[in-house]
Design a protein around this ligand. Structure first.
Ligand SMILES: [Cu+2]
Length: 167
């Protein structure tokens, strides 16, 4: 039988088992067309692990996101959000030994600099923090620690960390 007498068309489809080539005889009634030949092309072996790796990676990403992502998130008890141009909360109370982390979620450069009225007392200084930067400091001694932002201290961008003794 020559191909002229039995013209065929091949359609490659992706179903749940992989790629399947389906060959139709064009001389058949198009309405009742049945596949006359099927060749099975199995899924490559490297595809199968992706079904597990991709969803698992997404779960890890979501679970790992415990730091605040925008200014509307509530800070954790040991976190301060830096906004344009304030610290939130501006007065944070922690127990001794706590490491406090500041997150710059504003659009400007800010600093976390210990002291008051623009006078640095030498305890801690973040240096310039670009948007997205963070700075941590561990408070080992009970007391009241004032700090300010160097560029914006005149605008009242100040904060306090109150460190209380552990029980
Ligand atoms: Cu500032």
């Amino acid at each position: 039988m020559s191909s002229l007498q039995n013209p065929q068309a091949t359609q490659r489809v992706l179903n749940g088992y992989g790629l399947i080539d389906t060959t139709f005889s064009l001389t058949q009634d198009p309405i009742n067309m049945q596949p006359s030949n099927r060749s099975f092309q199995p899924m490559p072996a490297w595809v199968f692990p992706l079904f597990f790796i991709i969803p698992f990676g997404l779960i890890i990403n979501i679970a790992g996101c415990d730091s605040p992502t925008d200014a509307n998130d509530d800070p954790e008890p040991d976190e301060v959000i830096i906004q344009d141009h304030s610290f939130s909360p501006s007065n944070l109370e922690v127990t001794e030994g706590t490491t406090v982390t500041w997150f710059n979620q504003g659009n400007d450069v800010h600093t976390v600099t210990s002291g008051s009225d623009g006078d640095h007392d030498g305890n801690f200084d973040s240096g310039n923090m670009d948007p997205g930067d963070e700075f941590s400091y561990q408070f080992d001694e009970p007391g009241t620690y004032e700090y300010y932002c160097i560029p914006h201290v005149q605008a009242g961008m100040t904060g306090t960390v109150t460190v209380v003794p552990a029980d």
